[in-house]
Design a binder for this molecule. Structure first.
Ligand code: IPD
Ligand code: CA
Ligand code: CA
Length: 311
């Protein structure tokens, strides 16, 4: 099939407008032992990102290098009596400093809101980076490879670009407003499942001493009999990214911070999903409460959680 389309392409003067996946530039086409093939699948290598995403990706990869090194070190520290806690908090700060510097180099006027260093206002009041240098700290601390760098760009009140990168798996999730969501170079779509009974849902478990445990338990008790399975992964940014990728069907959590959510909200929406606060409104970044899924899952889950919140 491929070789026929290539021959067609030759007939049509080097253009292959009809066949997705076949390069339009014939220099990408090779012939070995009489078989026509596409050299190195160059479509992947040449995926074009916008200038903005390139800036974000470069910064994330730079910070990821130190996080990956530190993650390797953490494995050794597990067995020491002192444990890796201080080391991880230093890793966190190091990664944020790199992100702050790299992003400022490329966009000097933008503001920066980071989990570790708080808000630095920029001269450009319309743009602010919202950054979690290490989401999933507890996982990182325990050598569990479910953690991520999260970078979002807010323009006025709107999130216009988001990136979530897991250095341990090299999975890079990106989205720009109106341009779709991607995992590496692959376009993402939320899962199509329509019944809660078939859904795998990521749920919160409040950290010791934080959040309303009684309410949390009521919500879990309400959701558990309705769904196929509940999961607690421990890195909010990746929960959103995994909904965008169709791996999980729903997610809710309370008391998140803007840097846990900003990039992820855009990923879900650009993958065709729905995200609201727990009243069904749009105040996730200010309330910290969030529920996400495809249209049906979001609707069903929101109804279950609202009912549970009534007590
Ligand atoms: C935490 C993770 C976790 C969520 C917590 C967050 P951190 O972020 O996203 O999944 O349940 O509420 O604080 O502290 O690991 O950056
Ligand atoms: Ca976080
Ligand atoms: Ca963090």
């Amino acid at each position: 099939m491929r070789s026929r389309t290539v021959l067609d392409a030759v007939r049509f003067g080097g253009q292959t407008p009809f066949y997705p996946g076949i390069p339009r530039d014939l220099s990408e086409i090779g012939v070995t032992n009489g078989l026509v093939h596409i050299r190195n699948d160059q479509r992947k290598a040449t995926m074009l990102h916008s200038a903005l995403l390139n800036v974000m990706i470069k910064a994330a990869r730079q910070a990821a290098r130190t996080l990956k090194r530190d993650f390797g070190e953490v494995e050794h520290l597990q067995v020491s009596l002192k444990g890796p806690a201080n080391f991880v908090s230093a890793a966190d700060h190091r990664a944020e400093r790199i992100l702050r510097e790299e992003l400022a180099k490329a966009r000097p006027g933008y503001g920066f809101l980071g989990e570790e260093g708080g808000l630095t206002e920029g001269t450009d009041k319309t743009h602010t980076w919202i950054v979690d240098p290490l989401d999933g700290t507890t996982n990182f601390l325990h050598s569990i490879p479910q953690f991520a760098i999260s970078i979002a760009l807010q323009r006025d009140e709107m999130i216009v670009a988001g990136l979530v990168y897991n250095p341990a798996t090299d999975e890079l999730f990106t989205a720009e407003r109106g341009k779709g969501a991607f995992l590496n170079d692959q376009r993402l779509r939320v899962a199509a499942r329509q019944r809660l009974a078939d859904a795998v849902v990521s749920c919160p478990l409040p950290h010791r001493g934080r959040g309303d445990l009684a309410l949390g338990i009521r919500e879990l008790a309400a959701a558990q009999p309705q769904v196929a399975g509940l999961r607690r992964f421990g890195a909010a940014a990746l929960d959103f990214a995994w909904i965008a990728a169709g791996r999980i069907d729903g997610y809710w959590e309370r008391d998140l911070s803007p840097w846990d959510m900003a990039a992820g909200l855009l990923l879900v929406r650009e993958a065709g999903g729905f995200v609201t606060d727990l009243d069904g409104g749009d105040a996730m970044l200010s309330t910290g409460h969030v529920v996400a899924g495809n249209e049906a899952m979001h609707r069903e889950l929101l109804a279950v959680l609202k009912q549970a919140a009534k007590g």
